[in-house]
Write a protein that binds this ligand. Sequence first.
Ligand SMILES: C[S@@+](CC[C@H](N)C(=O)[O-])C[C@H]1O[C@@H](n2cnc3c(N)ncnc32)[C@H](O)[C@@H]1O
Length: 279
Amino acid sequence: MTCSKLEDVSQVYHPVYSANDVTLLKIPCEEVRCLKDSLLRRRAGIKRPHLVFADPPYNLGVDYGKGKVADMVADEDFSQVLWEWISAAVIFLKPNGVLAWMISEQYADVVSYVLERTTTMEKVQHIIWHETFHTYHERTFPTAHRHIFIYHKKAAGELMTWNPDAIRVPSARQLKYKDKRANARGRVPGSVWTISRTCGTFKARVNWHPTQLPVALLERLVLAFSNTGDTIADMFCGSGTMGLAALPHGRRFVGFEINDDYLRECALMFYRFYHTKEV
Ligand SMILES: C[S@@+](CC[C@H](N)C(=O)[O-])C[C@H]1O[C@@H](n2cnc3c(N)ncnc32)[C@H](O)[C@@H]1O
């Protein structure tokens, strides 16, 4: 995708939903690089984000509306696609912003390789999400984690947003050992986050999207790496989890997605969020 014919592609960037602090755009995330252009951003009614989150398809044969085979391409092809997606996110991200890229075990090395070679980005952390759910393997230990690579887009003289006090959790000293020396404000979580996935039986689980993330997981990213009033973008909006994590904390949300059904459901969900405070 080139951005040379901005006038031609500008139609694509008309939001399918825009109200309060939410904008949903139907746009393949590889084209998000074009939104670096301020004219297109103004037309779309969005700002460059302080935090970009991405939870792409993992090439594991999940049906996102185009059949399972669409999510089962050759390894080399998917690696190339990942490279394009990551590049688009990096270009769109505001200088001094943070990128959080989630990926499964199979492609973690590709994402890490690409980000390490992206000169504008500096590694902050490699988070392991222990999702308390095991993918069965016949001849080895079941997989129960995903990777989140956190990178900072360097900007001369500026410090990355980092709010440790917003994400503290009760410590073992407080809960287990009743140690008087414990910090009463709790501790900053380590790099392994044990947070339950959104199981099929949970009230929060939607029936219109196959891979909904838990809000608690994304809320920690929002609180740690952004401030009130900041814009947060999700390159693969899906069921809109990032919006639900960001909006209650006073952040603006921009979601990119290519599936019309998911976009429609998300729009309804965010409408309900603002009008009934229920989703
Ligand atoms: C793993 S899911 C994201 C789930 C999301 N994090 C959630 O909590 O619901 C990936 C999403 O990316 C969408 N998608 C696939 N290819 C895309 C592309 N090129 N650009 C934007 N979205 C895409 C799919 O329709 C799917 O909803």
